[in-house]
Design a protein around this ligand. Structure first.
Ligand code: ADP
Length: 401
C-alpha cells in the first residue's frame, strides 16, 4: 500500500516537472516527444504515442511514438471508424483495456507494422477549445494491469499536450504566414506598377506587350508560390503521409528525364543518365521522390547555360542509396550554400531566371528528411552544382535488365 502511495506521489511530482518543462518550448516536435516519454514513464507502460486527427481525411496520423521511427510512423494512418483511437475521438472519452486483441474496435494494422502485439491500452482524448485534436495512448503495462490512477494521470498529461499542440501550431502558422505575406509584397507591387503603366497613353504597342508578358509571368509565379506554400505548410506540420513502395530507381530517373526533356531542349541542354548496375530497390514514396528529383532537375535546367548539360546519377553504398543531379550551370557562391534550404531563399534573383519561389529546395528537404534521409550540395561558381539525395538503403537488389 505504502509502495503504491510513493509511486503515485512520484507520478504527480513528475507531472509537475513536465508541466514546467512544457511551458519552456514552442517546438512542437520536442514538446510531443517529452509528453510521450512522460506518458510511458508515469503509467509504467512499454510505449506511448500521440495520434493527431485530420478532419479532412477523417484519419488519425501518428505524430510521435516512443516505439516507432520517423519513416515508419509517417506511413501509418489509423481510420476514424473501426479503431480504438477513432472511438476515443468520436466519443470524447478515454478507454482503458486489459485485453485489446479481443476488442472489436481494435485496428491490428499498426501491430503488424511494428511487429509487437498490443495487450493492454489506455487512450485519452486531446481536447482543446472544445475540439478533439488527437489521442494520447499508452500501450502494454509493464507490471500488472492499468489502473484508474494511470488513466487519470494520462488525462492530466493529455490536457497539457492539447494546450501545447494548440500553442505550437498557432506559433508555427503565424511564423510561416507572416513570411509568406512578406514574400507576396514584391510580385503584388510589380503587378500594381504594371497595371498603372498600361493605363498611360504614351506607352507604345511593343511596351504594352512587354508589360502584359510580365504580368502573365508574375501571375504564374504567384500561383506556384501559393501551391508550394500549401505543400510546405502541410509537410512542416507533419500532415503529409508517405506511401512507401519498393521500386526501380533507374526507371524513375528515365521517367523524370522524359518529363523535362522538352524544357531542356528549348534551352539547348542535354540530360544524361548515369546509374550503376544492380542498384538496390528504393523503398520510398515514389511520387514524393519523383517530385524532389523533378524539382532538382528543373533547377539544374533553369540555372544552366545554353549548350550545358545535366547528369542524373544513382549509386549505392553499404548503408544508403544516393541520387545526384549535377549541372554545368552558373554555380552557387560559397557564402550562399548554408542558406540554400531556407524558405524563400533565392541566390539568382533578377539574373534572368525569374519564375522561382525559393520554396522548392525547402520542400525537397522536408520530403527527404521525412524518409530518414538527407540532402547535400556541392557547387563551384561558374562551373556547376551537384545536389545529392541520400536515402537509407533497403536490402533487396534490382534484377539486372
Ligand atoms: P526557386 O524556385 O527560386 O528555384 P529553390 O528553393 O528551388 O527555389 O532554389 C533556391 C535558390 O537556389 C534558387 O533561387 C537559386 O538561386 C539556387 N539554386 C537552386 N538550384 C540551383 C542550381 N542547380 N544551380 C544554381 N543555383 C541553384
Amino acid at each position: 500500500m505504502a509502495e503504491i502511495k510513493t509511486e503515485r506521489l512520484d507520478g504527480y511530482r513528475r507531472l509537475i516537472e513536465i508541466a514546467r518543462d512544457l511551458a519552456s518550448t514552442l517546438d512542437l516536435d520536442i514538446l510531443l516527444q517529452r509528453i510521450v516519454r512522460a506518458a510511458a514513464e508515469v503509467s509504467g507502460s512499454e510505449a506511448a504515442s500521440i495520434l493527431l486527427y485530420d478532419n479532412l481525411t477523417r484519419q488519425l496520423n501518428f505524430q510521435v511514438a516512443t516505439n516507432l521511427d520517423e519513416p515508419t510512423m509517417r506511413g501509418l494512418v489509423v481510420p476514424l471508424e473501426g479503431s480504438i483511437a477513432g472511438w476515443v475521438v468520436l466519443n470524447r472519452k478515454s478507454v482503458r483495456l486489459t485485453n485489446v486483441q479481443e476488442d472489436p474496435r481494435f485496428f491490428g494494422h499498426v501491430d503488424r507494422m511494428t511487429g509487437r502485439p498490443t495487450q493492454s491500452l489506455i487512450g485519452v482524448p486531446l481536447i482543446t477549445k472544445n475540439k478533439v485534436v488527437g489521442v494520447l495512448e499508452a500501450l502494454n503495462k509493464e507490471r500488472g494491469k492499468f489502473t484508474e490512477g494511470d488513466e487519470s494521470m494520462l488525462g492530466v498529461l493529455g490536457a497539457q499536450a492539447a494546450v501545447a499542440i494548440e500553442n505550437a501550431r498557432l506559433f508555427q502558422q503565424s511564423d510561416l504566414i507572416s513570411e509568406f505575406v512578406h514574400e507576396l509584397r514584391t510580385p503584388l507591387a510589380s503587378l500594381s506598377t504594371a497595371t498603372y503603366l498600361l493605363l498611360r497613353p504614351e506607352m507604345s504597342r511593343d511596351q504594352q506587350e512587354q508589360i502584359i508578358h510580365n504580368i502573365h509571368s508574375e501571375t504564374l509565379r504567384l500561383n506556384s508560390m501559393a501551391s508550394s506554400f500549401l505543400d510546405l505548410a502541410r509537410l512542416e506540420s507533419g500532415r503529409v503521409q508517405f506511401r512507401k513502395t519498393s521500386f526501380n530507381i533507374t526507371d524513375l530517373l528515365f521517367e523524370c528525364k522524359d518529363i523535362m526533356n522538352s524544357k531542356a531542349e528549348d534551352d539547348r541542354i542535354q540530360i544524361r543518365i548515369e546509374a550503376s548496375e544492380r542498384l538496390p530497390f528504393c523503398e520510398a514514396d515514389r511520387d514524393k521522390l519523383k517530385q524532389v528529383i523533378l524539382n532538382l532537375l528543373s533547377n539544374a535546367i533553369k540555372y544552366n547555360r545554353p549548350n550545358g548539360s545535366v547528369i542524373l546519377g544513382a549509386g549505392a553504398a553499404e548503408t544508403n542509396t544516393c541520387i545526384t543531379v549535377q549541372d554545368t550551370g552558373l554555380g552557387i557562391p560559397e557564402e550562399a550554400l548554408p542558406h540554400l534550404f531556407e524558405k524563400f531563399y533565392r541566390v539568382h534573383d533578377g539574373e534572368g531566371a525569374t519564375g522561382g519561389t525559393g520554396l522548392g529546395l525547402s520542400i525537397c528537404k522536408q520530403i527527404v528528411q521525412g524518409h530518414g534521409g538527407r540532402m547535400e550540395v556541392k557547387s563551384k561558381l561558374g562551373v556547376g552544382t551537384a545536389f545529392s539525395i541520400i536515402l537509407p538503403r533497403s536490402g533487396k537488389t534490382q534484377p539486372t535488365p
